[in-house]
Design a binder for this molecule. Structure first.
Ligand code: HEM
Length: 295
């Protein structure tokens, strides 16, 4: 297992409202790092205590869910053979010593989510575009699965300022054109006041803005992949959440410059949406200090 990968997507300029897609090599679909055990343990806890918030599915999604589970298990055994043991009936995650009986899962996507750090969203084609048909989503960034399940892309993104005008049609076209052999990925960023992975809808810090210190701030990055499923023709969307202390940018002056200019240029609506207002002052003064030449 390697250390955490660092994705800091600010250098591309303000891509907040762009597709920002890059080709994905199939072998890079899933990422396992030294946070594997804590991520999987957090998932297990959430599935035990909060199932209805972190797993949801519509009827008649079982066969597409099954397709995802098979695809994932094949992938894991091929690219991470040292991490998993497979028998005809079970799969074991060696690092957490968890063994799952595959037939016990009437919702195969639930098992898929327990095997890796990624979250999974299954998108079903319909006459309203692609809609969210099933998901194992333990690490949402301030949204609730219960409020999005069954909804099409346009409605899912309703709270995102200007999504409808700027992204809605390009995303729909991309979904129509996505092919099995050409998966893609994009990287999304936020600054948050906690390292907690599960951020339900109303997650706000208890820290008053005036007491907030730079050590309370984290860069939260989602590496999102999209791939077409061969049999069902549905689309699988994965979200791999990373979080790094903001102070990582102390050593990265160019990135600090990029992030400062993005924060300064974001529209007021986007700043509100991204929850930047309560942390803006602490964030910008940290970035100023990181950018200032050392004398
Ligand atoms: C190419 C595909 C996609 C693009 C370009 C896209 C774009 C975006 C953007 C720009 C945001 C705002 C994030 C921020 O800046 O903090 C967002 C939020 C979100 N996206 Fe997507 N997205 C895509 C695919 C999907 C898919 C497949 C789902 C399926 C579940 C999804 C679910 C969401 C949700 C739930 C939010 C948060 C909405 C809220 O605040 O209520 N996205 N997306």
């Amino acid at each position: 297992m390697s250390n955490q990968r660092i994705y800091l997507p600010f250098a591309q300029g303000d891509r907040t409202l762009s597709l920002g897609l890059q080709p994905l090599r199939v072998e890079d679909w899933i990422e396992i790092d030294d946070q594997f055990v804590p991520y999987l343990q957090r998932k297990t806890e959430l599935l035990e205590t909060n199932y209805a918030e972190v797993f949801a599915s519509l009827p008649e999604t079982q066969s597409a869910q099954q397709e995802v589970l098979h695809l994932l298990i094949d992938h894991l055994l091929r690219y991470f053979p040292e991490q998993y043991d497979r028998t005809s009936a079970t799969i074991t995650v060696k690092a957490t010593e968890q063994t799952w009986n595959i037939a016990d899962f009437s919702q195969p996507l639930d098992l898929a989510g327990r095997l890796v750090q990624e979250d999974f969203c299954l998108m079903q084609p319909s006459d309203r575009g692609y809609s969210l048909a099933a998901a194992s989503l333990c690490f949402p960034l301030r949204w609730r699965l219960l409020e999005k399940i069954g909804k099409p892309m346009m409605q899912i993104h309703d709270p995102v300022p200007n999504y409808g005008e700027q992204l809605g049609n390009p995303v729909d076209r991309l979904f129509d054109r996505l092919t099995v052999d050409r998966p893609v990925f994009r990287v999304n960023w936020s600054i948050v006041e906690t390292p907690e992975l599960y951020l339900g809808h109303q997650s706000h810090s208890n820290i008053a803005p005036s007491e907030l210190s730079v050590d309370d701030l984290w860069v939260r990055v989602e590496r999102q992949t999209l791939r077409r499923l061969e049999q069902s023709r549905w689309i699988l969307f994965t979200i791999r959440t990373y979080r790094y202390p903001l102070t990582i940018l102390k050593e990265q002056r160019d990135l600090a410059i990029d992030l400062r200019s993005i924060v300064q240029q974001l529209s007021p609506e986007m700043q509100i949406y991204k929850n930047l207002l309560p942390i803006r002052e602490t964030l910008l003064s940290f970035l100023e200090a990181a950018i200032a030449p050392i004398v």
